[in-house]
Design a protein. Structure first.
Length: 315
């Protein structure tokens, strides 16, 4: 069997359930190095057009790497998008086997765009950035908690906060060392850090979690991050445009950067003020600024040009 073959893989911590269309075959392999090797051996002779997996908190990463190394075309998709697709087909039951075939059908009907595979260094940097964000969240939680407990417990929590702050500094040093390994990363970071409002956390998050930056067009990068407004129209009704999907970690960091840029950036600040003066809600104006800032960064990385505010006003 060759051509027009679509494969869906339902990922769990220990196993991979594989559905193959059009024959409807289902099989299971372990989610480990041996299982990945068996998976490639099973799929390579089929002439697979597309393999679809859901993003499952990292459990899919090693399997995706093995498939891409074997020159098989892979797309990693948003789980919510697949569940909506399943409901539209009347597939309300949920088992690993059913999910695998739904993913295969999703690949056949929707044809999601394959994503670029991150190399080992990028994955390592991303892991460091994620861990840093977790430590920041823990510091915030402990800071809130220290005000809510009896006084006798407060010293213990404060001691934990100090330890977490020490670990945060260590993670910042590790991230810096990782970036300094690569001349390409150093150049991109310098470009991004030159933009008013973009700090080290935003730059490293973009380097690790958005490797497509500078490689695709403005509309595609906005949709990828999840800051492109989606239409909600039907007949004569014109619904409110909303953003949906995308990469939450990038969007979260970009939002914080945009808050700063709306005050200090000579391009974003007047843009934000014009939108607010025109009656746009502040939150919607900030999202528009996020999109503009992202498109500017995308153009700068693509052309390897440093920040020049007058030339970027029309970006």
């Amino acid at each position: 069997m060759t051509g027009n073959v679509f494969v869906g893989i339902d990922v769990s911590k220990d196993t991979l359930d594989v559905g193959v269309l059009p024959e409807g075959r289902i099989f299971r392999v372990a989610n480990d190095e041996t299982g990945h090797r068996l998976l490639v051996e099973q799929l390579r002779p089929l002439g697979v057009e597309l393999i679809v997996l859901e993003a499952t908190g990292g459990y899919q990463t090693a399997a995706v790497s093995a498939l891409v190394v074997a020159r098989l075309t892979v797309a990693v998709v948003n789980p919510r998008q697949v569940r909506d697709f399943a409901r539209s087909m009347g597939k309300l039951a949920k088992t690993d086997a059913i999910d695998a075939l739904v993913l295969a059908r999703f690949g056949e009907m929707v044809r999601p765009e394959p994503r670029e595979l991150k190399d080992e260094e990028t994955l390592e940097l991303e892991a460091l950035v994620v861990r840093r964000r977790q430590i920041v969240d823990m510091i915030g939680a402990e800071t809130n908690r220290v005000q809510q407990v009896p006084k006798k417990m407060q010293p213990d929590i404060r001691e934990h906060i100090e330890w977490l702050k020490h670990r945060l500094k260590e993670k910042d040093r590790e991230i810096r060392r990782q970036i300094e390994k690569s001349p390409i990363w150093r150049e991109k970071e310098n470009l991004l850090r030159g933009i008013p409002g973009i700090g080290p956390v935003t730059a490293t998050t973009l380097l690790s979690a958005l490797p497509e930056l500078g490689k695709i067009g403005p509309k595609q990068i906005a949709a990828l991050v999840g800051v492109a407004p989606m239409n909600r129209d039907s007949g004569k009704m014109r619904g409110k445009r909303t953003i949906w999907g995308g990469r939450a970690s990038v969007r979260r960091t970009l939002y914080m950067a945009t808050l700063s840029a709306a005050k200090n950036n000579p391009v974003i600040r007047p843009f934000y003020q014009r939108l607010c003066a025109a009656g746009k809600p502040k939150k919607a104006a900030l999202v528009a600024c996020m999109r503009k800032l992202l498109i500017i960064m995308n153009a700068m990385v693509k052309s390897s040009e440093s920040w020049r505010a007058p030339e970027l006003v029309a970006a």
